[in-house]
Design a protein around this ligand. Sequence first.
Ligand code: GDP
Length: 331
Amino acid sequence: GTSSSSDQKPRILLMGLRRSGKSSIQKVVFHKMSPNETLFLESTNKIVKDDINNSSFVQFQIWDFPGQIDFFDASFDYDMIFSGCGALIFVIDAQDDYIDALHKLNLTVTKAYKINPSIKFEVFIHKVDGLGDDFKMESQRDIHQRTADDLNDSGYDQIHLSFHLTSIYDHSIFEAFSKVVQKLIPQLPALENLLNILNTNSAIEKSFLFDVVSKIYIATDSTPVDMQSYELCCDMIDVVIDVSWIYGIKEEQEPAALDDQSSSLIKLNNGTVLYLREVNKFLALVCILREDNFEQKGIIDYNFLCFRDAIQRVFELRNKNNSPGTSTASN
Ligand code: GDP
């Protein structure tokens, strides 16, 4: 069942000044809005809780705080909000003067840390699409330096912040979210290990385990990620979903974009193949391999079935270990 696992879903808070881009990020990553449509998003004044449980493997909630959040306002239950939170993403508009934002960041992070020191703090230096490379790097360095100084001054130099350069106009926002989410997945080492084994046994160069709805990759093998490969795999998911929505829906089934038998193949003109297989309701594996090696498709498919079984077991094990009254087995 899924009832027990939804109780332990990691929660992500998305915070930042008004107009920094929070709603746009949420809409683009989780609701397939195109970046240009975000120009017409209405500003909000209330805390918006977006629960995306049903469609996505990544079971977290986004709390969208308005920019002028007041920590001395007694009507917000910060204890509750921060204690149930796995990661706090603070969005900074890099195209704007960010001094105010950094001040708010410091207040937010120290407040949250006092309540829950295990929160992962993630800073999105956002809207970098409008900036030249030099300016981008300089802003990042400057923001890094100032936040470190501020934390030092307030006596919190033990707080660790991670920084990401993001934009909704390219894949950087998905890449950043992937890294944030991966820190919240306890099974990550096991998943990476399984992907490494799959790659070795099937002569695969690179593989990603995707949350299909958000295009966040929840794990990849231990070879370095290059953005181009990641973008290719994201594009493949879009293509496959578009095509299966058009041709794949059988009347008596609930309309899922991918099903058990889903597999897709795209040959690129540089001798490379993209291969997609559905893992479960939420997850898909996308692999990049040499076309020559794809001639062993039977072996790859067999290895994939083993891989899928193992993934299933990894998640079942976790649910078992977390059910009430069960202590973690040690041997
Ligand atoms: P919120 O108040 O923090 O929720 O901010 P919104 O999501 O409403 O965004 C404010 C404005 O920033 C909108 O006009 C968006 O189109 C724009 N925006 C958001 N993300 C980006 C980005 O990555 N690049 C650029 N250039 N504009 C962005």
